[in-house]
Design a protein around this ligand. Sequence first.
Ligand SMILES: Cc1ncc(COP(=O)(O)O)c(C=O)c1O
Length: 300
Amino acid sequence: LITVGAQHGLYLIAQLLLDSNTIFGIENPGYVDMRNVARLTSATVNPLPVSHQGLVLNDAVNECDYVYVTPSHQFPTTVTMPIEHRVELLARATEFDFVIIEDDYESQLEFSGYPAPALKSLDSSDRVLYVGSLSKTLAPGLRIGYLVGPAKLVKELRALRRLMLRHPPANNQRATALFLERGHHDSLLKNLRRAYKERLQTLVIALREYLPEAVHSLALGGSSLWIKGPENLDARKLREYALQAGVLVDSGDVYFLGSERPLNYFRLGFSSIPNGHIRPGVAKLARVINDMGGSRSLGQ
Ligand SMILES: Cc1ncc(COP(=O)(O)O)c(C=O)c1O
Protein backbone atom coordinates (compact mmCIF):
# COMPACT_ATOMS: atom_id res chain seq x y z
CA LEU A 1 0.00 0.00 0.00
CA ILE A 2 1.37 3.44 -0.91
CA THR A 3 1.11 5.88 1.97
CA VAL A 4 1.79 9.55 2.63
CA GLY A 5 5.19 8.75 4.11
CA ALA A 6 5.99 5.95 6.55
CA GLN A 7 4.32 8.00 9.26
CA HIS A 8 0.95 7.63 7.56
CA GLY A 9 1.44 3.83 7.36
CA LEU A 10 2.15 3.68 11.08
CA TYR A 11 -0.92 5.79 11.76
CA LEU A 12 -3.16 3.55 9.63
CA ILE A 13 -1.88 0.43 11.39
CA ALA A 14 -2.46 1.96 14.82
CA GLN A 15 -5.95 3.18 13.97
CA LEU A 16 -7.03 -0.14 12.54
CA LEU A 17 -5.42 -2.57 14.97
CA LEU A 18 -4.92 -1.00 18.39
CA ASP A 19 -7.62 -0.86 21.03
CA SER A 20 -7.98 -0.99 24.80
CA ASN A 21 -7.16 -4.70 24.83
CA THR A 22 -3.83 -4.35 23.09
CA ILE A 23 -0.38 -4.02 24.55
CA PHE A 24 1.83 -2.06 22.20
CA GLY A 25 5.55 -2.53 22.79
CA ILE A 26 7.85 0.27 21.67
CA GLU A 27 11.61 0.68 21.80
CA ASN A 28 12.93 2.92 24.57
CA PRO A 29 14.54 5.18 23.53
CA GLY A 30 12.39 5.21 20.43
CA TYR A 31 10.55 7.10 17.74
CA VAL A 32 8.45 9.80 19.38
CA ASP A 33 5.84 10.04 16.63
CA MET A 34 5.09 6.31 16.85
CA ARG A 35 4.64 6.61 20.60
CA ASN A 36 2.27 9.55 20.15
CA VAL A 37 0.34 7.78 17.38
CA ALA A 38 -0.11 4.76 19.67
CA ARG A 39 -1.23 7.05 22.46
CA LEU A 40 -4.00 8.41 20.25
CA THR A 41 -5.54 4.96 20.61
CA SER A 42 -6.60 3.30 23.85
CA ALA A 43 -3.82 0.70 23.72
CA THR A 44 -1.37 0.27 26.58
CA VAL A 45 2.05 1.50 25.47
CA ASN A 46 4.90 -0.52 27.00
CA PRO A 47 8.49 0.73 26.75
CA LEU A 48 11.00 -1.98 25.79
CA PRO A 49 14.71 -1.51 26.48
CA VAL A 50 17.31 -1.13 23.75
CA SER A 51 20.99 -2.17 23.84
CA HIS A 52 23.92 -1.80 21.43
CA GLN A 53 22.18 -4.58 19.45
CA GLY A 54 18.81 -2.90 19.21
CA LEU A 55 15.66 -4.16 20.91
CA VAL A 56 16.45 -6.31 23.97
CA LEU A 57 14.62 -9.62 23.70
CA ASN A 58 13.43 -9.93 27.29
CA ASP A 59 10.18 -11.35 28.70
CA ALA A 60 8.36 -8.03 28.30
CA VAL A 61 8.50 -8.52 24.53
CA ASN A 62 6.54 -11.77 24.82
CA GLU A 63 3.70 -10.04 26.62
CA CYS A 64 3.02 -7.58 23.81
CA ASP A 65 0.36 -7.89 21.13
CA TYR A 66 2.32 -5.59 18.79
CA VAL A 67 6.03 -4.87 18.87
CA TYR A 68 7.24 -1.77 17.04
CA VAL A 69 10.87 -2.09 16.03
CA THR A 70 13.47 -0.30 13.86
CA PRO A 71 15.98 -3.12 13.23
CA SER A 72 18.09 -1.65 10.38
CA HIS A 73 19.04 1.47 12.28
CA GLN A 74 17.36 1.64 15.64
CA PHE A 75 15.89 5.09 16.08
CA PRO A 76 17.46 7.14 17.65
CA THR A 77 20.55 5.06 18.60
CA THR A 78 21.18 3.92 14.97
CA VAL A 79 22.43 0.47 16.07
CA THR A 80 21.66 -2.57 13.91
CA MET A 81 19.87 -5.68 15.17
CA PRO A 82 22.01 -8.78 14.47
CA ILE A 83 20.59 -11.58 12.37
CA GLU A 84 20.37 -14.02 15.34
CA HIS A 85 18.14 -11.55 17.17
CA ARG A 86 15.98 -11.13 14.10
CA VAL A 87 15.46 -14.85 13.84
CA GLU A 88 14.69 -15.08 17.53
CA LEU A 89 12.24 -12.17 17.46
CA LEU A 90 10.36 -13.84 14.61
CA ALA A 91 10.28 -17.17 16.43
CA ARG A 92 8.92 -15.46 19.52
CA ALA A 93 6.24 -13.68 17.50
CA THR A 94 4.85 -17.08 16.54
CA GLU A 95 5.37 -18.65 19.97
CA PHE A 96 3.84 -15.79 21.95
CA ASP A 97 1.39 -14.68 19.28
CA PHE A 98 2.38 -11.10 18.62
CA VAL A 99 2.73 -9.02 15.46
CA ILE A 100 5.92 -7.12 14.59
CA ILE A 101 5.72 -3.66 13.06
CA GLU A 102 9.02 -3.22 11.22
CA ASP A 103 9.79 0.43 10.54
CA ASP A 104 12.55 0.32 7.94
CA TYR A 105 12.58 4.07 7.35
CA GLU A 106 16.18 4.30 6.08
CA SER A 107 17.23 0.74 5.28
CA GLN A 108 18.77 1.78 1.97
CA LEU A 109 21.37 3.90 3.74
CA GLU A 110 23.63 1.03 4.70
CA PHE A 111 27.34 1.56 4.08
CA SER A 112 28.97 -1.83 4.62
CA GLY A 113 27.43 -3.35 1.51
CA TYR A 114 26.10 -6.27 3.56
CA PRO A 115 22.74 -5.18 4.98
CA ALA A 116 21.04 -7.56 7.39
CA PRO A 117 17.86 -9.00 5.84
CA ALA A 118 14.64 -7.23 6.77
CA LEU A 119 12.46 -9.08 9.28
CA LYS A 120 9.78 -9.07 6.60
CA SER A 121 12.05 -10.97 4.22
CA LEU A 122 12.51 -13.71 6.84
CA ASP A 123 8.85 -13.81 7.80
CA SER A 124 7.27 -17.06 6.68
CA SER A 125 4.16 -16.82 8.86
CA ASP A 126 2.79 -13.32 8.14
CA ARG A 127 3.86 -11.91 11.48
CA VAL A 128 5.47 -8.74 10.16
CA LEU A 129 3.94 -5.49 8.95
CA TYR A 130 6.64 -3.66 7.04
CA VAL A 131 6.73 0.11 6.69
CA GLY A 132 9.16 1.90 4.37
CA SER A 133 9.80 5.40 3.12
CA LEU A 134 11.47 7.44 0.40
CA SER A 135 11.88 10.39 2.75
CA LYS A 136 15.48 9.67 3.71
CA THR A 137 16.67 9.07 0.18
CA LEU A 138 14.55 10.89 -2.39
CA ALA A 139 12.81 13.76 -0.61
CA PRO A 140 10.89 14.05 2.67
CA GLY A 141 8.59 16.67 1.14
CA LEU A 142 7.31 14.24 -1.47
CA ARG A 143 5.56 12.24 1.28
CA ILE A 144 5.80 8.82 -0.32
CA GLY A 145 5.94 5.74 1.87
CA TYR A 146 4.79 2.16 1.60
CA LEU A 147 3.44 -0.64 3.68
CA VAL A 148 3.71 -4.39 3.12
CA GLY A 149 1.48 -6.85 4.92
CA PRO A 150 -1.00 -9.68 4.40
CA ALA A 151 -3.39 -8.99 1.51
CA LYS A 152 -6.49 -9.12 3.69
CA LEU A 153 -5.11 -6.53 6.06
CA VAL A 154 -3.88 -4.29 3.25
CA LYS A 155 -7.42 -4.28 1.86
CA GLU A 156 -8.71 -2.98 5.20
CA LEU A 157 -5.91 -0.43 5.44
CA ARG A 158 -6.69 0.76 1.92
CA ALA A 159 -10.31 1.30 2.90
CA LEU A 160 -9.22 3.31 5.94
CA ARG A 161 -6.76 5.31 3.81
CA ARG A 162 -9.62 6.15 1.47
CA LEU A 163 -11.71 7.52 4.33
CA MET A 164 -8.81 9.62 5.59
CA LEU A 165 -7.45 11.17 2.41
CA ARG A 166 -8.46 8.94 -0.49
CA HIS A 167 -4.86 8.39 -1.67
CA PRO A 168 -1.48 10.11 -1.93
CA PRO A 169 -1.44 12.53 -4.92
CA ALA A 170 -1.39 10.45 -8.09
CA ASN A 171 1.09 12.74 -9.86
CA ASN A 172 3.62 12.20 -7.06
CA GLN A 173 3.09 8.45 -7.24
CA ARG A 174 3.48 8.45 -11.00
CA ALA A 175 6.63 10.58 -10.99
CA THR A 176 8.14 8.40 -8.25
CA ALA A 177 7.27 5.21 -10.12
CA LEU A 178 9.02 6.49 -13.25
CA PHE A 179 12.01 7.61 -11.20
CA LEU A 180 12.31 4.13 -9.69
CA GLU A 181 11.61 2.30 -12.93
CA ARG A 182 14.33 4.15 -14.84
CA GLY A 183 16.94 3.34 -12.21
CA HIS A 184 17.45 6.91 -11.01
CA HIS A 185 16.74 5.98 -7.40
CA ASP A 186 19.37 3.24 -7.55
CA SER A 187 22.02 5.64 -8.79
CA LEU A 188 20.90 8.24 -6.26
CA LEU A 189 21.39 5.62 -3.53
CA LYS A 190 24.91 4.89 -4.74
CA ASN A 191 25.81 8.57 -4.52
CA LEU A 192 24.10 9.03 -1.17
CA ARG A 193 25.85 6.03 0.36
CA ARG A 194 29.23 7.23 -0.87
CA ALA A 195 28.69 10.79 0.39
CA TYR A 196 27.13 9.79 3.73
CA LYS A 197 29.78 7.17 4.44
CA GLU A 198 32.45 9.82 3.95
CA ARG A 199 30.58 12.25 6.20
CA LEU A 200 30.14 9.65 8.91
CA GLN A 201 33.86 8.85 8.81
CA THR A 202 34.72 12.54 9.03
CA LEU A 203 32.36 12.94 11.97
CA VAL A 204 33.77 9.95 13.85
CA ILE A 205 37.37 11.13 13.29
CA ALA A 206 36.47 14.67 14.38
CA LEU A 207 34.75 13.37 17.52
CA ARG A 208 37.82 11.31 18.35
CA GLU A 209 39.96 14.39 18.00
CA TYR A 210 37.83 17.07 19.64
CA LEU A 211 35.66 15.08 22.05
CA PRO A 212 37.83 12.01 22.67
CA GLU A 213 35.83 10.73 25.59
CA ALA A 214 32.49 10.93 23.81
CA VAL A 215 30.67 7.61 23.55
CA HIS A 216 28.89 7.29 20.25
CA SER A 217 26.78 4.53 18.76
CA LEU A 218 28.35 2.14 16.27
CA ALA A 219 26.54 3.18 13.12
CA LEU A 220 26.75 0.96 10.03
CA GLY A 221 24.80 3.50 8.07
CA GLY A 222 22.04 6.05 8.36
CA SER A 223 22.09 9.78 8.70
CA SER A 224 22.97 10.56 12.33
CA LEU A 225 25.01 9.52 15.36
CA TRP A 226 23.69 9.04 18.90
CA ILE A 227 26.06 10.38 21.50
CA LYS A 228 26.27 9.94 25.25
CA GLY A 229 27.59 12.96 27.10
CA PRO A 230 28.73 13.26 30.70
CA GLU A 231 26.17 12.45 33.38
CA ASN A 232 25.94 16.12 34.31
CA LEU A 233 25.41 17.38 30.75
CA ASP A 234 22.01 18.87 30.00
CA ALA A 235 21.74 18.33 26.24
CA ARG A 236 18.73 20.67 26.07
CA LYS A 237 21.04 23.49 27.18
CA LEU A 238 23.74 22.20 24.86
CA ARG A 239 21.27 22.48 21.96
CA GLU A 240 20.56 26.09 22.90
CA TYR A 241 24.21 27.13 23.30
CA ALA A 242 25.37 25.17 20.26
CA LEU A 243 22.71 26.86 18.14
CA GLN A 244 24.09 30.25 19.17
CA ALA A 245 27.47 29.01 17.91
CA GLY A 246 25.87 27.91 14.61
CA VAL A 247 25.76 24.16 15.31
CA LEU A 248 22.46 22.31 15.36
CA VAL A 249 22.24 19.30 17.69
CA ASP A 250 19.17 17.33 18.67
CA SER A 251 18.85 16.76 22.40
CA GLY A 252 17.91 13.17 23.24
CA ASP A 253 15.63 13.35 26.29
CA VAL A 254 12.43 13.35 24.23
CA TYR A 255 13.19 9.91 22.84
CA PHE A 256 12.96 8.27 26.25
CA LEU A 257 9.71 7.07 27.76
CA GLY A 258 8.85 7.12 31.43
CA SER A 259 9.82 9.26 34.36
CA GLU A 260 13.57 8.60 34.18
CA ARG A 261 14.67 10.44 31.11
CA PRO A 262 18.43 10.91 30.91
CA LEU A 263 19.34 14.41 29.80
CA ASN A 264 22.87 13.71 28.63
CA TYR A 265 22.22 12.15 25.19
CA PHE A 266 22.13 13.99 21.89
CA ARG A 267 22.04 13.31 18.14
CA LEU A 268 24.31 14.69 15.46
CA GLY A 269 22.89 14.50 11.94
CA PHE A 270 25.33 14.42 9.03
CA SER A 271 23.15 13.84 5.96
CA SER A 272 22.68 17.47 5.01
CA ILE A 273 26.07 18.81 6.09
CA PRO A 274 28.81 19.13 3.46
CA ASN A 275 31.86 17.08 4.41
CA GLY A 276 34.04 20.15 4.80
CA HIS A 277 31.74 21.67 7.44
CA ILE A 278 31.77 18.68 9.77
CA ARG A 279 35.19 19.06 11.43
CA PRO A 280 34.82 22.78 12.14
CA GLY A 281 31.32 22.07 13.49
CA VAL A 282 32.56 19.43 15.91
CA ALA A 283 35.40 21.74 16.99
CA LYS A 284 32.81 24.44 17.76
CA LEU A 285 30.62 21.93 19.60
CA ALA A 286 33.60 20.82 21.71
CA ARG A 287 34.25 24.44 22.65
CA VAL A 288 30.61 24.87 23.70
CA ILE A 289 30.77 21.72 25.85
CA ASN A 290 34.05 22.89 27.36
CA ASP A 291 32.49 26.24 28.19
CA MET A 292 29.61 24.38 29.84
CA GLY A 293 32.20 22.61 31.99
CA GLY A 294 31.41 19.13 30.80
CA SER A 295 34.28 17.96 28.63
CA ARG A 296 36.27 16.26 31.36
CA SER A 297 33.69 13.67 32.20
CA LEU A 298 32.28 13.28 28.68
CA GLY A 299 31.11 9.78 28.20
CA GLN A 300 31.54 8.60 31.78
C1 LIG B 1 12.01 6.13 12.78
C2 LIG B 1 11.22 6.83 11.73
N1 LIG B 1 10.11 6.24 11.27
C3 LIG B 1 9.34 6.84 10.35
C4 LIG B 1 9.65 8.08 9.87
C5 LIG B 1 8.66 8.72 8.95
O1 LIG B 1 9.10 8.91 7.71
P1 LIG B 1 8.15 9.57 6.62
O2 LIG B 1 8.77 10.89 6.31
O3 LIG B 1 8.19 8.62 5.48
O4 LIG B 1 6.78 9.71 7.18
C6 LIG B 1 10.80 8.75 10.31
C7 LIG B 1 11.13 10.08 9.82
O5 LIG B 1 12.08 10.71 10.18
C8 LIG B 1 11.60 8.10 11.27
O6 LIG B 1 12.70 8.70 11.77
